[in-house]
Design a protein around this ligand. Sequence first.
Ligand SMILES: Nc1nc2c(c(=O)[nH]1)N[C@H]1C(S)=C(S)[C@@H](COP(=O)(O)OP(=O)(O)OC[C@H]3O[C@@H](n4cnc5c(=O)[nH]c(N)nc54)[C@H](O)[C@@H]3O)O[C@H]1N2
Ligand SMILES: Nc1nc2c(c(=O)[nH]1)N[C@H]1C(S)=C(S)[C@@H](COP(=O)(O)OP(=O)(O)OC[C@H]3O[C@@H](n4cnc5c(=O)[nH]c(N)nc54)[C@H](O)[C@@H]3O)O[C@H]1N2
Ligand code: SF4
Ligand SMILES: [Mo]
Length: 684
Amino acid sequence: MHIDTVCRLCSSCCPIVAEVIDDKLVSARRKSMVTEQDQIVCPKLNAAPEIVSSPKRLTTPLVRDDKNAPFREVGWDEALEKVAQLMEQHKRASGAKSVAWLRGMAADWGAQWDYPNRLMHHFGSPNTIGNGSVCFVGRDMAHSYVYGSMAFPEPKASQCIIVWGKNDANTTLGAAEAILAGHKNGAQLIVIDPVQTRLARKADLWLQIKPGHDGLLAMSMINEIITQELYDKEFVSQYTLGFEELKAAAAHFPAEKIARQIWLTPEQVKKVAFLYATTKPACIVDGNGLDMHRFVFDTTRAVACLRPLTGNLDKPGGDVLPQPIPVRNIQDRHLLEDTLKPITQDYHLFNTFSPTWGNQVQGCIVDAILDHKPYPLEMVIVQSGNPVISMADSQRTREAFAQVSSLVVIDLFLTETAQLADVVLPASSCFERTQLNRSSIRNNPIVLQNAVINPVGNSWPDWKIVAGIADKLGLDKVFPWKTAEEAIDYQLETAETTVADVRNTSNCLRVEQQQYEKFTQHPFHTPSGKVEFYSARLAEVGHNPVPFAEGTMENPISFHDKSDTYPFIGISGTRDIRFTNSQFRNIPSLLNSSTGPVADIHPQDSQKLGIADGDSVKISTPKGSITMQARILEVVQPGTIRLAWGWGEYDPKANLNDLTEDDVRGPITGTSTSRSFMCNICKV
Ligand SMILES: Nc1nc2c(c(=O)[nH]1)N[C@H]1C(S)=C(S)[C@@H](COP(=O)(O)OP(=O)(O)OC[C@H]3O[C@@H](n4cnc5c(=O)[nH]c(N)nc54)[C@H](O)[C@@H]3O)O[C@H]1N2
Ligand SMILES: Nc1nc2c(c(=O)[nH]1)N[C@H]1C(S)=C(S)[C@@H](COP(=O)(O)OP(=O)(O)OC[C@H]3O[C@@H](n4cnc5c(=O)[nH]c(N)nc54)[C@H](O)[C@@H]3O)O[C@H]1N2
Ligand code: SF4
Ligand SMILES: [Mo]
């Protein structure tokens, strides 16, 4: 039997066809828009049957009565009862707000994010927390502050594609295929990345920028485009606010002054500005290379300003604004009293910039547990995340999760985080549940994931686990739905569609007929209704109303003041196409075909340090040290080391976040610099 659905083994949400025999997933094929020879193969999807039937899967709930006791296998009734009882106990003693729900990246931001928010709001806690401050939500907020919502690029129809801090050939395969198709059709391909990626090797122009310094490049490009009068004067005069202020800010960043600081030449900066502004249409594919830096908000605001400045916003082949489908918001945030502040209260604008994102600064969980700031947390429920590995400053994070009075983890595997829990609840994989996704974050379509097999063992789909906890808390009326379909239909009612309708479409997808230049009909979703180069909302809270208006940017690289002892720039690097963050090293075919945890070093540095290919090397920062295998490659600049990401779950000695810090955060989005840091390296 062949069933259409979408894959959720990573955030790409690719449409696939699953082949199922006797309730077993046998194989899965990704649907692609390009011919077979141009398709990128996804090893994770090929390994889907192995992932689903892995002997390491959790198949029954686990409970223990004290932290040092071994886990006991229990039935769902007992496990859910225990979770509810712990929640009630902490609510009675310290208030509902002392209980937090932490969401990782797996399992989508659609219904899977709505359900815990709904549960927690009815329970009375404002503390449902996501990890968006290091993922893409800071960038989403930046786009939203400039022109109302996140714009998404149309590289296939473009004549000039800038890939800026994104490595789609490993992370978003459909997007990489579209970029390469656009390039094949004649588009200029420009890549801005400190690392020579597969796309960089194919690019017409590759800018090997200094890590973390993209904001300065964007401001310098803006200056070049304005002073050379390459901007779209008509669009700017009719639809934007604050052009003069942007011009004044950008004047601090002439190419001659900025280029060398960011490891480029003035000619490169001028060329990228010229190509982008004069080749129509042009789009910018921005990515997580810009996100995990403290100044992500202003950096990506500066990048966002380039789109309207050149008239590439909401044009075919440019960057298009979404037409959200009006799915019912079931989070019931209004139930919380205004006086009840979340632990992320210092990031008020970030908490409130969208109706559904809510709180996304996960570092606040650690502060609340260890430092009782802004108030103590007693209980955390972790769903589809592995914070002990994925959050910055792993040692401090681990201390917090080991110390919190009660910890519940909902996962497919007994991860490093789950091992610290009091209760572990086994979740079904993405192939075992029907779910409403909003994963294509930029376009906001409805994507329906179909269960293709029954839950493995005694695992439950996430929605059912949340509803089960609600039931034990006496909130059964809040989750009255008996099936995933019923629950989704309730959300789809306002969009005048149903699960059955969406299921009948070829890609399990409902997208609105694309319209362009919507700004000619409706105002932008900003306070002024215009594109805001200048934001009065930010001025009100004392933040720069125009990005980098002061003419400088503090060095965003962690430990830059300790470069005497830590002379190399470490980059949290490759997201291997085989793995998703800390996941899947427990899948033999994926592990065995990978390079393992490697540190990529330039030959000039390896020679100086007497390091040979394959040597074991120790990488250290003021926070700690890790061990990896050296790989001598010219993909990075001398003085820069790229470190493989996500290996901490497999090998605790290779946990990259033992090197990172969460001591200083971005003022608006609370982002810690998990991406780049000063470090030292030596042969072991
Ligand atoms: N295979 C696989 N796919 C994944 C994931 C995974 O772990 N593995 N994770 C998923 C998740 S959670 C996310 S958020 C997405 C992220 O996916 P992407 O947005 O593609 O992000 P990354 O691959 O982390 O980094 C993109 C590029 O940014 C570059 N970069 C690093 N620092 C800088 C910098 O300072 N400036 C610039 N301009 N570039 C820089 C890196 O070298 C890299 O080539 O991928 C998702 N998909
Ligand atoms: N240094 C450094 N730190 C980083 C990053 C980096 O590149 N470098 N990347 C950052 C980014 S962008 C992100 S998004 C975070 C990711 O941080 P996390 O979300 O914590 O990372 P994952 O390893 O993807 O953890 C997902 C967990 O969910 C489980 N899981 C998978 N599917 C399901 C499901 O359907 N239901 C449930 N309940 N569980 C499921 C998996 O088994 C896994 O344990 O890490 C961030 N941290
Ligand atoms: S890229 Fe991600 S979503 Fe797409 S098939 Fe591969 S693992 Fe699945
Ligand atoms: Mo992410």
